[in-house]
Write a protein that binds this ligand. Structure first.
Ligand code: PLP
Length: 346
């Protein structure tokens, strides 16, 4: 988007739990190629922002192995694609589609697609062995990012980027100006991070990560993640325990629960199994009452809710992934929500 390159959103669906699948990607790549556009970059996500969905990495990697297999020299191919005028990027989960049609220089210039795994929030969970299977396919992709400032107790900002082959970055970004040359770099004795990025300088963030690691230890970090996951599961169980008031939309996953208000039928009161006269609430009805409840809770100001719209559904997000949150707070959140729901549905 920033470089003005066209991008295409790959559709995701509620039936797939909002995860990007290989089949959906296949369709998008084929549509793009039919228009003479060549995708060269894809973002997949471990823990999407809206619903914390986990893309179907294996099927995505399988489709790419078939449609965009690695070329003999990936660094050269990636650089060529980036410079190409008719390239396009493919973005998992974006809400809007921008462009997609355009001129083509023609010819078969299909190449490997750089796949970046956005694990900004949920990547922190990989400190726990029980979540590490989620990263099994990472070796089939090109880069991964986790923001340690999101869920790993590090002060803002600190985003850790892993790349499968640093040579890909260095080949594209290294600058050998006279002013930065020195014997140690020339001898290959140091890692010059200026060659991994566009700016020369970067802030020193490693020390604060070191302090976090030393303060908490691996066990401490694991306990921190597990505590939040358990609180999220507990909250989701409370929501499920009131099917008369709430519908689950997604989760619980990585402490995030996404839900909506049950809604009421068109002026007939809440739908109920034992009252045949009640009409099923429409999507618009449910969206309206959920938004009403969301606004009411935020206006009261005891807790602050965030919301999202997925597949046309307006939903409330609850995520107790904050260092000082305890079970008693989460129960209190739920009480506040029940009280507001009952007011709105009354
Ligand atoms: C999955 C995901 N990716 C990226 C971001 C944004 O990260 P950054 O602040 O590094 O741009 C967020 C949320 O802020 C997120 O949830």
């Amino acid at each position: 988007v920033i470089t003005g390159v066209r991008f295409r959103a790959v559709p995701v669906h509620a039936a797939d739990d909002y995860r990007l699948t290989g089949e959906s990607l296949r369709k998008t790549i084929e549509e793009l190629r039919a228009k003479g556009l060549e995708p060269f970059y894809l973002t997949v996500t471990l823990g999407t922002t809206d619903t914390c969905s986990i893309d179907d990495f294996d099927s995505i990697a399988d489709v790419l192995a078939e449609l965009a297999p690695p070329t003999q020299d990936p660094a050269t191919t990636t650089a060529a694609a980036t410079n190409g005028v008719d390239g396009t990027t493919v973005n998992g989960h974006a809400e809007t589609t921008n462009g997609g049609s355009g001129s083509s220089s023609g010819g078969d210039h299909r190449g490997e697609i750089w796949v970046h795994v956005d694990a900004a929030y949920a990547g922190a969970a990989l400190v726990c062995p029980e979540h590490q299977h989620l990263a099994a396919a990472f070796g089939r992709f090109h880069s991964v990012n986790t923001n340690l400032h999101k869920w790993l107790l590090t002060n803002f900002d600190c985003s850790a980027l892993w790349v499968r082959r640093r040579g890909w970055l260095v080949d594209a970004l290294a600058v050998t100006l006279a002013i930065v040359r020195n014997d140690y770099s020339d001898a290959g004795l140091v890692t010059d991070y200026r060659d991994w990025q566009i700016p020369f300088g970067r802030r020193f963030r490693a020390l604060k990560v070191w302090f976090v690691l030393r303060s908490y230890g691996v066990r401490g970090l694991q306990d921190h993640i597990r505590r939040h996951v358990a609180l999220g599961d507990m909250f989701a169980a409370l929501v499920r325990g009131r099917p008369d008031l709430f519908d689950m939309v997604a989760g619980p996953r990585f402490a995030l629960t996404v839900f909506r208000l049950k809604g009421k039928g068109k002026g007939t009161g809440p739908a109920s199994a034992d009252d045949d006269d009640d009409k099923e609430p429409t999507l618009e009805d449910q969206n309206a009452v959920t938004k009403q409840m969301h606004d009411l809770v935020n206006a009261e100001g005891k807790i602050f809710l965030s919301s999202t719209v997925v597949g046309g559904v307006f939903a409330i997000r609850h995520c107790p992934a904050s260092r000082l949150v305890e079970e008693t707070h989460v129960r209190k959140h739920f009480d506040i929500l029940v009280e507001a729901a009952e007011k709105v549905l009354a």
